[in-house]
Each structure stands twice: as C-alpha cells, then as structure tokens.
Design a protein around this ligand. Structure first.
Ligand code: ATP
Ligand code: GCO
Length: 160
C-alpha cells in the first residue's frame, strides 16, 4: 500500500514471484469512470474507492493460498474493508516523501496517473503505523532489498 509511485506494483510483483503467490494488481480493477477521472486530474472519491475495494476484497476472499495485492489502500477505512474480507491480512507500507513521489510519477511515461494528483494522495493518506500486521519500509531502498525484507517478515525468518 501507499501513494501513487511508491512502488506497489514493482514490489508486489517481486514478492509474489519470490513467494510463489498470485498477484492481484489493484490498478487493473478501477472502473472506466475512475480511470477517466484520474486521467483528467480529478482525485477519486470515497465512493469510487469503496466500489473498487469491494471488487478487490472479493478477489482476496475467493483466493486460496497466499495472494499479494498491490493496492493504494490510503485510508484506515479502506484497509479495514480489505481486512474484513481477508482476516489476518498484512500490509506493507511503502513510505516516501511527496517530492520523491512526484519525481517517480513524473518519470513514468504512458500511465493514467498525472503528477498533478500526487498532492491529493498525500492529503488522503492515513499512515497505517500502529495498526496490527503492518510493516513500514523505505520506498527508496532497492527493490531486491525490499523484497527480501518483506518475504522474511511474511515467513517469520527476519533477522533480529
Ligand atoms: N524500490 C525502487 N527503487 C527505484 N525505483 C523504483 C522502486 N520501486 C518502483 N520504482 C519505480 O518507480 C516507479 C513507480 O513504481 P510502481 O509503478 O511500482 O509504483 P506504484 O505504487 O505501483 O504506482 P501506481 O500505483 O501509481 O501505479 C516506476 O517507474 C518503478 O520502476
Ligand atoms: O486510491 C487511489 O487514489 C488510486 O488507487 C491511486 O493510488 C492510483 O490508482 C494509483 O496509485 C495510480 O496508478
């Protein structure tokens, strides 16, 4: 979880591959209306996200074995919606600054999400620190190191 550009898709794919789990890419399930909104620089509303999260929650509830979900899940209520569908769900919070997020999104070509919306992601973000089952990581670290730490955390083999 985390704001646009934090690395959810990249880390999600790396972890799913390392753990031999299925990957659900949250961005692939936005409605046409939501995609058009983002493309034209309008942030998603709670209602847009609730419908989208309901679809993702169903995917989690229906999955057997482990599943990795790449999903912004910016607010506590959004994470709780997913937790209700998948008891014991754990979250990796990819933390980065607004200027770093802006730089990442600006450098990425051909993506629906415009740089102008990065500020709204930070306005919506409620940090998951303190919630159960959350690992917070520095999104600027190399992907391989992040993936190793997440896998160790999930499988209970992390070093003290
Ligand atoms: N750990 C990392 N180190 C350096 N660059 C990274 C890292 N993780 C992701 N990136 C790069 O940052 C950009 C955003 O990554 P990615 O698409 O995975 O983020 P995201 O959170 O899924 O974004 P969005 O939700 O907006 O699709 C990409 O260009 C990606 O290659
Ligand atoms: O909740 C949200 O506002 C959205 O999920 C966004 O975070 C984007 O989908 C994504 O990050 C950009 O591709």
């Amino acid at each position: 979880m985390g704001v646009a550009g934090c690395g959810k898709s990249s880390l999600g794919a790396a972890c799913a591959s390392a753990l031999g789990m299925a990957l659900v890419e949250g961005d692939a399930f936005h409605s046409q209306t939501s995609l058009q909104k983002m493309q034209s620089g309008v942030p998603l509303s709670d209602a847009d996200r609730t419908e989208w999260l309901a679809v993702l929650a169903r995917r989690l509830a229906e999955s057997s074995g482990g599943t990795v979900l790449a999903c912004s899940a910016l607010r506590r209520a959004y994470r709780d919606q997913l937790r209700r569908a998948s008891p014991g769900l754990r979250f990796v919070f990819l933390e980065l600054s607004e200027s770093d997020a802006r730089a990442r999104v600006a450098a990425r070509l051909g993506h629906v999400f415009p740089v102008s919306l990065v500020a709204s992601q930070f306005a919506t973000l409620e940090s998951p620190r303190g919630e159960p089952g959350v690992l917070t990581v520095d999104a600027l670290r190399p992907l391989e190191a992040l993936s190793a730490d997440v896998c160790a955390w999930l499988t209970g083999t992390e070093k003290e």
